[in-house]
Design a protein around this ligand. Structure first.
Ligand SMILES: [Zn+2]
Length: 445
């Protein structure tokens, strides 16, 4: 069934050139009049934002605190100001644009995402949640709706780990998931610190001041492209995210004994790479061993020293990512991996040292927000399916201080983090419309 066929008889009209509209004379969840998504303006803004890039189109490169990132932030802030929102920035550059409600003392409803982009990425990851969030607010304004709770758009600093090697820097600080003292010591590859970078970008003050109090938000909902193929494959316009998987990242050092590839005979070998190879397979075995489809384990980095064809590997560094939506199950994989390392170490007479880089708890999404999203989709006869987010997002950390949920829209082929990343204007408008409905409902309660 085509989208147009699905829409017929629902009071909705749309075509690529016309905004999506909902017409109804009655009050629905406190929304008077109609919600109209201005699809062409939203597309224009997404395109304009993609123009702030350090790589030629269609690729987008926008690393946090670069000159390009700073100009892109200004572009978004100006749009927020033009929409009558009150803009505030914190010490790390997280940007809050607030539509003040009729009861401004109440905890707000938040929405938003990020605008930084890894090198050679696309134009939709993150930006759809920021500009779509803004358009959802403007659509509610145009409808005549007045929120009881304030609605706040959030632009998170550095969701991508490109510059400082840690993802979701801004939301980690907001939620208390990252110690400000540790954040202060973060450095880029050239040794330039976070403090240097944020000062150059005009963000000053104590990083500790970024922490949001519990109760700042009554709920937070992030619109995002799926970055996977399921919605497109199923022909479903919306994904309601029930849980966000979280990674544990490990660095494992294996130290054996090097030597001449001809001279050191096999019985005498303490080959670090052979031991590392067994560890890599142990990651796979442990992840498969839970029997749960949501458990995944990956060894993405294997550095061999000295790395010469005629030299027995002396030292190996592995970097391993284990994810699940169930923390206990994920941690059981880590425990199994640790005992495998111990066994391999003694049998092969090598030293194995394990360092946990990070181990974040997965998040379960809030049933009340999930229901609000589903009701919003139902009002427009848009089908949705419940799903798990296997990538993590700023919402993973917001879950520590507020009830959260995410809303996914399909992206072509499931591609993301590459220049041909694509979400159709219609898909984005669907997500924005349902986000607006949910924001209206949640801010009215
Ligand atoms: Zn993203």
């Amino acid at each position: 069934m085509t989208e147009d066929a699905k829409m017929s008889g629902t009071g909705l009209s749309r075509s690529p050139d016309h905004p999506i509209t909902r017409d109804h004379g009655d009050l629905v969840q406190g929304i008077p009049g109609k919600i109209t998504i201005n699809t062409s303006q939203l597309s224009t803004e997404i395109e304009a934002l993609a123009g702030f890039s350090d790589s030629p189109a269609p690729a987008v490169t926008r690393v946090v605190f670069s000159e390009t990132d700073r100009r892109a932030r200004k572009y978004v802030k100006d749009l927020c100001t033009a929409a009558g929102l009150t803009v505030r920035e914190d010490a790390v550059g997280n940007t809050f644009a607030r539509w003040i409600g009729t009861e401004p003392h109440l905890p707000a409803i938040g929405t938003g995402s990020h605008i930084d982009a890894i090198p050679n990425a696309g134009r939709y990851d993150g930006t759809v949640g920021v500009l779509g969030g803004l358009e959802a607010i403007r659509a509610l304004q145009r409808s005549g709706f007045r929120p009881r709770r304030s609605i706040e758009l959030l632009l998170f600093t550095s969701e991508e780990p490109t510059r400082f090697g840690i993802g979701c820097l801004g939301s980690r600080l907001l939620s208390g998931a990252l110690d400000p003292a540790r954040a202060t010591n973060l450095k880029d590859k050239e040794g330039k610190s976070l403090d240097d970078w944020r000062a150059a970008a005009g963000f000053h003050g104590d990083l500790g001041s970024t922490l949001l109090p519990r109760g700042h938000y009554a709920g937070f909902v992030e619109l995002h492209i799926e970055q996977g193929p399921l919605l497109e494959k199923h022909g479903t316009p919306l994904g309601i995210v029930t849980a966000i998987a979280a990674p544990a990242s490990l660095r494992i050092w294996v130290e054996g004994e090097g030597g001449h590839a001809g001279a050191v005979l096999m019985p005498a070998r303490r080959d670090a790479l052979c031991a590392a190879a067994e560890i890599i397979l142990a990651v796979e075995t442990a992840a498969k061993g839970t029997g749960a489809i949501d458990t995944v384990g990956t060894t993405g980095i294997c550095d061999v020293f000295p790395g010469a064809i005629n030299s027995v590997p002396l030292r190996v560094r592995l970097e391993i990512d284990v994810r699940d939506i169930d923390q206990a199950r994920r941690d059981s994989v880590l425990a199994q991996l640790q005992s495998a390392c111990d066994e391999i170490s003694s049998r092969r007479r090598v030293v194995v040292r394990t360092e946990i880089i990070n181990s974040d708890p997965p998040a379960q999404c809030d049933p009340r927000i999930l229901d609000a999203l589903e009701r919003g989709a139902a009002r427009h006869n848009l089908r949705c399916e419940r799903m798990v987010s296997r990538a993590y997002h700023d919402s993973l950390f917001m879950a520590r201080i507020a009830p959260v949920a995410m809303l996914f829209i399909p992206c072509r082929g499931g591609f993301s983090h590459r220049p041909d990343e694509y979400a159709s204007p219609e898909a984005i408008a669907n997500g924005t419309l349902v986000l607006a409905e949910a924001l209206a409902e949640l801010s009215s309660s």
